[in-house]
Design a protein around this ligand. Sequence first.
Ligand code: NDP
Ligand code: 2IT
Length: 442
Amino acid sequence: MNILTTIQERNPGEPEFLQAVHEVAEYIIPFIEQNPRYKAFKVFERMAEPERVIIFRVPWVDDKGEIRINRGYRVQMSSVIGPYKGGLRFHPSVTLSVLKFLAFEQTYKNSLTGLPMGGGKGGSDFDPKGKSDAEVMRFCQSFMTELYRHIGPDLDVPAGDIGVGKREIGYLFGQYKRIKNEFTGVLTGKGFEWGGSRIRPEATGYGLIYFVQEIFKTIGETLEGKVITISGSGNVAQFAAEKSIQCGAKVVTMSDSDGYIYDQTGITAEKLAFITELKEVKRGRISEYVDRYPGARFFPGEKPWGIPCDIALPCATQNELDGHDARLLIDNGCRYVAEGANMPCTTEAVALFNKERIYYVPGKAANAGGVAVSGLEMTQNSLRYAWFKEKVDDRLRIIIKGIHATCVQYGREEDGHINYEKGANIGGFVKVADAMIDQGVV
Ligand code: NDP
Ligand code: 2IT
């Protein structure tokens, strides 16, 4: 039976997971046909089946004394090139399908970084929005009270993702340390004072812009004066905006799940500091930006893809940019799309970008800077040492340069165009596949 049919039948009701597998298979299946040893060892079939999935109850008590129950997960997808590594997502939309797609993508992404990290992802359908710090802490403690037995610095090292930032990592780490009675690098994204790496908060957003700069180097362009639309206003979006502004580009939009703001004059460093304070300290809504900067406009319930731009950076969530949005972007002159989020572009949008020869970079390459610096945090924890920020930033740039080179190596089309999707998928696959063959049928 056809590989994809088998995977589809084995995973009914998991649309996001199947979407991620199909998008990768489009390039990997022809590659496997040309390299039969991968076929004989059934590497792709094995990659599409998690090594282990843990699902657990997370009971906690809210501020009113009422008992609440959430569901916790950890998908341990692949440990063939290193310990499972990937974030935790706390959001009401979290399902097994979402976490399996994220863990599947993570395996390729981590491979592309060149660091020894396998792939995993976890989280819960818990919604931190509107909860007090004490409620978030009690939830995190309950979550870790089960998760701790399945993770470890040489086994599985979680980190942040949507709804999980420095505050949540702190509560999770505190509980792990208390239960295990040991101080180890079991989570990344920790506070700098207690084992975190410099540049980890910035890494995903900065890495995204470093990747765009690598593309520009190949075509003799620069970011100076380019108009950029960004979605999201969380960790990735904030630091993508910061680095874009530093490079002389003009960022005109940011968003959250309520809608987007459009600031035609450009979001400056000062305005961005307002957004960071709004999101990280006040935990407010992006719409409040227009109260502070009345020259800007807020579009409730809408996405920013109708605004003319040179570069679009979707940095919120999966499937937030569809075929219609892709058409709008292209018709308005956008030539570059780099995914800060994981799988933010639908299959239709990606097909359109490729057909129209847009420079489209999938998340597994474009947003790998975050997990790369997590890998560097693991290294520093093992050394019991902390590098200066310049050193970490340099390493991040080198790693992104390497990922770009891998994409070029595997993604060059006959007419010279670089298909970054093809390059990232095949480049990520080869290392994992070869390691799987070396290690036998496991
Ligand atoms: P945050 O929680 O910090 O921010 C998420 C942002 O996206 C918020 O503005 C949020 O708005 C918005 N958002 C989330 N879900 C939805 C939704 N369903 N519809 C509309 N808007 C939504 O998360 P991150 O910035 O860390 O993550 C953003 C993306 O980047 C995710 O896809 C994540 O997987 C990916 N990523 C993150 C990395 C990291 O290091 N953090 C590394 C690599 C990729 P609201 O507040 O209204 O929910
Ligand atoms: O999607 C991702 O790469 C992340 N959320 C970061 C994972 C990590 O381990 O730093």
